[in-house]
Design a protein around this ligand. Structure first.
Ligand code: SF4
Length: 439
């Protein structure tokens, strides 16, 4: 009996009190049905204004403009874990539109990572040599206010059609260097199990694809989606990983724990990616508590992201030093694998750059000067330091100007090919598209 309870890790506490106050008529059956949750998500101006507290006429007008530009979707479950007595509640700040979202400053741009530039075929971003990002929908169970792909909310909701999925599969079949496919969002788990299965079966039929990863926020914002049926489906297509996105310990509820446990018990390893956000989680204490809670439920803290320079998220951005300060406060002060890697996504599609506090202070011909987590300095004797010749030297301005990368070369070639196809095929492309749509 005790063993069964431990293995399933089902919630033992009462559901968050917000459920009873906000949705008194919801039955357990409705509450645990993720489709009911989606149908009852707060999205309209009137509903959101009910939760937003007193606003002046000017603020109401601005709130409306924010919503027109960046719509909101908040499922009842996520609403129920907000502390509405706290206007700066960290969960509320991730879900509720802020008037600051349309106070654009000079830094934010719609697509700072230039994902559109690295798109091999529509929906497939091929940036790194051996892995791709497959975007099969732009729909999410919640519109997180800090989202990197906020630009896509203006496109309306879409899911890739079967011909579009076929084009991605065809590209992958013909690109043997790709061994790892990340299916992300929008949130791919918003699609039905039947649609997910079709995609997974096609990917698994490609022999060089070794692993599949899902990027999903469902365990955090709508854990009811992670039911036994979905877990059985994912288990069937292992090796498969799930990367999720908890940003604050308040999001780790009994329901969220149970959802992660179901995945882990199905043999799906889980990682977590946190976005560092001003006012939400920008302190050592919050991130430490979050990471410790994650490892308690078997989810590895993987990345701590610097909030990207995305238009409409500027109010969340911290400076880079804040992230380094947090890592400094974790490394050595808690379990090693509870310390995430702090990363910055380089502008212009440069990819993730890991940043760490500096523990190597200097080096001589046969020694290193090292600093430990307490700030103590040690001389570390080595027989030789000749392997440091293998370290990439600091670039000079001239190497920076002339730097090349396979990735940029691939991008350039793709642009050239596309241009060639368009100018050669002309109207034939249109009829081909018509044929695909009709087939
Ligand atoms: S779930 Fe992910 S992709 Fe969707 S809005 Fe949130 S951060 Fe963006």
């Amino acid at each position: 009996m005790a063993l069964t309870q431990l293995a399933t890790n089902e919630p033992k506490e009462e559901p968050p009190s917000g459920r009873r106050a906000l949705f008194p008529d919801a039955t357990d059956r409705q509450w645990n049905d993720w489709t009911w949750q989606l149908r009852n998500a707060a999205a309209s101006l009137e509903t959101l204004l009910k939760f937003s507290g007193p606003l002046s006429n000017g603020e109401r007008e601005k709130f409306k403009r924010v919503l027109e530009k960046f719509p909101a979707i908040i499922p009842p479950y996520y609403l129920s874990i907000i502390n509405f007595d706290n206007p700066r509640d960290p969960v509320r700040m991730q879900a509720f539109p802020s008037l600051e979202e349309i106070d654009f400053n000079v830094h934010g741009v719609p697509d700072p990572l230039e994902e559109e530039e690295d798109m091999a075929v529509p929906g497939l971003i091929h940036r790194y040599p051996d892995r791709v990002l497959m975007q099969i929908t732009n729909i999410c169970p919640m519109n997180c206010r800090h989202c990197t792909r906020k630009r896509e909310w203006e496109e309306g909701k879409w899911a890739r059609t079967e011909p579009e999925i076929e084009r991605m599969i065809e590209y992958l079949s013909q690109t043997p260097e790709v061994r790892d496919v990340l299916i992300s969002g929008g949130d791919p788990l918003i699609l039905s199990n039947a649609k997910l299965e079709k995609v997974l079966a096609k990917l698994r039929a490609i022999s060089h694809i070794e692993i599949v990863r899902f990027g999903t926020r469902f365990p955090v914002v709508l854990p009811q989606r992670i039911d036994e049926e979905l877990c059985a489906l994912l288990k069937h297509y292992r090796p498969l990983w799930v990367n999720t996105h908890f940003n604050h310990p308040q999001e780790i509820t009994p329901e969220a724990r149970a959802a992660c446990d179901r995945l882990i018990c199905a043999g799906i390893p889980m990682n977590n990616q946190t976005v560092l956000m001003k006012g939400v989680n920008d302190s050592v204490a919050v991130i430490k508590k979050l990471c410790q809670e994650l490892v308690k439920m078997g989810v590895r803290p993987y990345y701590l992201y610097q909030c990207d320079m995305v238009r409409g998220t500027e109010h969340f951005q911290t400076d880079i030093w804040k992230g380094l300060e947090i890592i400094e406060g974790l490394r050595g002060h808690t379990t090693g694998f509870a310390v995430p890697q702090f990363v910055v996504d380089a502008p212009g599609g440069g990819g993730k750059v890991p940043l760490s506090p500096n523990y190597l202070l200097s080096a001589g011909p046969d020694y290193l000067l090292l600093r430990n987590y307490e700030g103590l300095i040690f001389k570390y004797q080595t027989s030789t330091n000749e392997s440091r010749n293998g370290i990439v030297p600091f670039p000079t301005p001239s190497t920076l100007a002339g730097q090349k990368s396979q990735r940029l070369e691939r991008r350039r070639k793709r642009r050239e090919d596309n241009h060639h196809v368009q100018s050669q095929a002309g109207s034939r492309t249109a009829s081909e598209i018509l044929h695909i749509e009709n087939s």
